[in-house]
Design a protein around this ligand. Sequence first.
Ligand SMILES: CSCCC(=O)C(=O)COP(=O)(O)O
Ligand SMILES: [Mg+2]
Length: 261
Amino acid sequence: MVVLSVPAEVTVILLDIEGTTTPLAFVKDTLFPYIKENVKEYLQTHWEEEECQQDVSLLRKQAEEDSHLDGAVPIPAASGNGVDDRQHMIQAVVDNVYWQMSLDRKTTALKQLQGHMWRAAFTAGLMKAEFFEDVVPAVRKWREAGMKVYIYSSGSVEAQKLLFGHSTEGDILELFDGHFDTKIGHKVESESYRKIANSIGCSTNNILFLTDVTLEASAAEEAEVHVAVVVRPGNAGLTDDEKTYYSLITSFSELYLPAST
Ligand SMILES: CSCCC(=O)C(=O)COP(=O)(O)O
Ligand SMILES: [Mg+2]
């Protein structure tokens, strides 16, 4: 087995979700189809609620920022024309969500709505989040060794908590010291990692970030965060240069914590 030694200065392990703790297939075949199949009905049912209106406002603001992009779908403001107006707006939101999802966009607006929609599915037991089998034992071991373990995903913090709270391994939320999402900044921007370190109260070089996406690894590394790229079944392939440059692991069990032995 390949072993990757964790630098002694690392006290925090920061984990991505999709493609790192969780199979890409669970996201693509379960989480995302649920949104596509239910978004229209969800909007019809919850339209009058404040939370739903906040989600729509955020999506509308995002749509304005996206207006220069090819295929972007605008979301009109209410014109006061009653039921037709509402149906028109709902259809625009649905089309916008479909368009964003077709590009796998990680906007805070899209992720916030998705998180709110998954809440019903997880709490009703319709879905249980999946984790690779090495994840929970490794996280327990790291915590026993005194490491802090945080999550940083494009999925909203609310959605992250749903996943870890309703998983095939049971409620494992307590295994994590905290959660970050795109509200702190995008994962491909190095400033986000500086802000995360600041929020945790450590230096960036005290953090080891595990992700499947090399653009994220590169941004983290620019902020002097230690990184390892996680290679899991179903993940996007890496170039030869990326394979040579990055430390790669295929299982969390490949991480060796010198202080714990
Ligand atoms: C609570 S994560 C749900 C999956 C998701 O929406 C997503 O964007 C995952 O992105 P990640 O940053 O974890 O790769
Ligand atoms: Mg990922």
